[in-house]
Design a protein around this ligand. Structure first.
Ligand SMILES: Nc1ncnc2c1ncn2[C@@H]1O[C@H](COP(=O)(O)OP(=O)(O)OP(=O)(O)O)[C@@H](O)[C@H]1O
Ligand SMILES: O=P(O)(O)OC[C@H]1O[C@H](OP(=O)(O)OP(=O)(O)O)[C@H](O)[C@@H]1O
Ligand SMILES: O=C(O)c1cccnc1
Ligand SMILES: [Mg+2]
Length: 557
């Protein structure tokens, strides 16, 4: 677990700026500034407010979500200061507002704001605050839109990535290929970062690799293959062996020799005829450029009749020179069938030429993959070792947004509630504490919210957990382990210690560990069991007291 560090306000300068320079105090909705003015005019702007940031429903038809985006929120508040230029812009945008308001705006920062949050990368559930933000109402109000903007997509795409990881299984390599299809450059960068957090192994996005230290990987495209016309295009044909002990002056001839031997091999005879020689030229060129990591896209012409035999010829020639080829990529057709046929071919090569390990050569698949197609491949049986996934992953095609909201739950110590005809939209009032209770088998059983001053749940002590809105849904729980969920990430002027911001790898590990700890029926794809989110009896009674107090009694005519 990340260690707590000294008071955040005191060491605020040490939190770097938001990764995206567009994230400034102006990255908010106009109404946050107009409300700030109205609070100021009413003399209310310093009222102490508590807001909860939470979502109402898990995405992708699932019963869990992964929380992402916290670090960027902390970076924003640690550096929250309007510049003179920004103030002048606001003055021009709000010409009827008094000068005193802009003087106030130029004085604000987040040194008296407190942020408590669930650690980034945690498995989280609806209604439980991911973040609790407390401070002067005008300032905290300004944070609503940027916080939602930083958390909504981050959590959605992290969850999407985690779901792809669950369906693919731990042993597969998952590569995020989405930059070209993401919602603009910021969507692409965020996708690469949060897909890695959610359990992907690497990204093709070079900028994300540099910014976040994520492993970068890639193959080559069809254009590279089809750009070659024939073997005579290869001018420099020499290749030095991996140990430097000998040099092959004509690597192309060595490849051709191997191709002939493969064609003649007894178990492969007749399985293919003439392969495409421009494809062979492309593969050979790529191998000459990257003899240590040769990987070929084999579906430009015909996978089994050309791409795979050509790849094997180059891989065998590389082997003569002491290099190990990295594998192939399939990007069209029936990926189950083609991966199985390719694997068989690789095994034949292993047998025929006594090439130990050739049968295990890596097979990467791509082409409009998503949870469903991977699930279908699993059911059919396949031989894919790595999946390259772009469009469906980064655009979160199956769910447009997470729908996180930011709701006032207390002002000047007075609990507030937001009512709605739709009971799922009624907010849970009060400044709260949140706990995760674990059962005998080590699984989390229930999350419970309590009032701030209520005593916390205790190990071994029976506790009544109530559904916040449904009177009949309740259960006693005797927790074997109790975890307080909201931790202090920004202490404001309080003397609390601030949690350190963990590295991307720590967040990724937390995500995987949390998913491993969940009861499998909560995370399965088909008809998962909802995880229970509850409140204490005291909070339940208070919510319903406040609800009745605030809801006008109707009159029937
Ligand atoms: N065995 C399989 N079971 C289920 N879905 C599969 C299987 N193999 C591939 N798919 C998916 O089927 C879709 C095939 O896409 P599409 O119909 O565009 O064909 P294609 O192979 O890309 O053809 P083209 O060569 O024209 O690009 C992709 O989404 C791919 O992930
Ligand atoms: O399929 P995705 O999950 O989005 O993964 C990224 C795709 O990007 C590349 O294709 P390319 O840009 O060449 O386009 P195409 O495959 O659609 O022709 C690659 O070959 C993948 O097919
Ligand atoms: O490296 C690859 O194979 C790759 C990268 C981006 C998109 N499609 C494929
Ligand atoms: Mg494609």
């Amino acid at each position: 677990m990340a260690a707590a560090v000294e008071n955040g306000a005191a060491c605020g300068g040490r939190v770097p700026r938001p990764t995206n320079p567009m994230v400034t105090p102006l990255l908010t909705d106009l109404y946050q500034f107009t409300m700030a003015y109205a609070y100021w005019k009413a003399g209310k702007h310093l009222d102490r407010a508590v807001f909860d940031l939470y979502f109402r429903k898990n995405p992708f038809g699932g019963e869990f979500t992964i929380f992402g985006g916290l670090e960027e929120c902390i970076r924003l508040i640690a550096n929250f200061k309007l510049t003179e230029v920004e103030i002048r812009f606001l003055q021009s945008a709000m010409p009827t507002c008094e000068d005193g308001f802009f003087e106030y705006l130029s004085s604000i920062d987040c040194s008296d704001v407190e942020v408590y949050a669930i650690p980034e990368g945690s498995v989280v559930f609806p209604k439980v605050p991911l973040m609790r933000i407390e401070g002067p109402v005008a300032v905290v109000q300004l944070l609503e839109t940027p916080f939602l903007s930083l958390v909504n997509y981050a959590s959605l795409v992290t969850t999407n990535a985690a779901r792809h990881r669950l369906v693919a299984g731990k042993s597969k390599n998952l590569l995020e290929f989405g930059l070209r299809r993401a919602q603009g450059p910021d969507g692409g960068i965020s996708a690469s970062r949060y897909c890695y957090m959610g359990g992907f192994d690497a990204t093709s996005n070079v900028a994300a690799g540099r910014l976040f230290g994520i492993p970068i990987r890639g193959t080559h495209s069809h254009a590279f293959v089809s750009s070659f016309m024939g073997l005579d295009e290869i001018i420099d044909r020499a290749l030095t062996s991996s140990d430097g002990s000998n040099k092959c002056e004509d690597f192309v001839a060595l490849v051709q020799n191997w191709l002939a031997r493969i064609k003649d091999a007894s178990s492969l005879r007749g399985t293919f005829g003439e392969t495409n020689l421009s494809e062979l030229a492309a593969f050979t060129s790529y191998a000459l450029a990257f003899p240590n990591s040769f990987l070929a896209l084999v579906d430009t012409y015909d996978v089994m009749k050309s791409g795979v035999p050509n790849f094997c010829a180059v891989a065998l020639a590389l082997n003569d020179m002491g290099y190990k080829a990295a594998g192939i990529r399939l990007d069209s057709g029936d990926l189950a069938y083609l991966s199985i046929e390719t694997r068989k071919f690789f095994h034949e090569i292993e047998e025929e030429f006594g090439f130990v390990g050739f049968g295990k050569m890596n097979i990467t698949a791509s082409n409009d993959l998503n949870e469903e197609t991977i699930d279908a491949l699993n059911k059919q049986g396949h031989e894919v070792d790595a999946f390259g996934i772009g469009t469906y992953l980064v655009t979160c095609y199956a769910q447009a947004a997470l729908g996180c909201v930011f709701k006032l739950v207390e002002i000047n110590k007075q609990p507030r509630i937001k009512l709605s005809e739709d009971v799922t939209k009624v907010s849970i009032p009060c400044k709260k504490r949140c706990y995760r209770l674990y059962g005998k088998e080590g699984y989390p059983l229930v999350d419970i919210m309590t009032g701030e001053d209520e005593p916390g749940p205790k190990v071994g002590e029976r506790l009544l957990c109530r559904h916040p809105f449904n009177e009949s849904k309740r259960a006693y729980v005797v927790p074997q382990h109790v975890e307080e969920l909201l931790k202090c990430y920004w202490p404001g002027t309080s003397s609390k210690l601030r949690e350190e911001l963990p590295s991307i790898n720590e967040i990724r590990s937390r995500c995987m560990a949390h998913l491993d700890r969940m009861r499998p029926d909560h995370i399965r794809r088909l008809n998962p069991t909802p995880y229970k989110v509850s409140v204490t009896a005291k909070l339940y009674d208070f919510i319903h007291f406040l609800w009745l107090n605030e809801a006008p009694v109707g009159e029937l005519q």
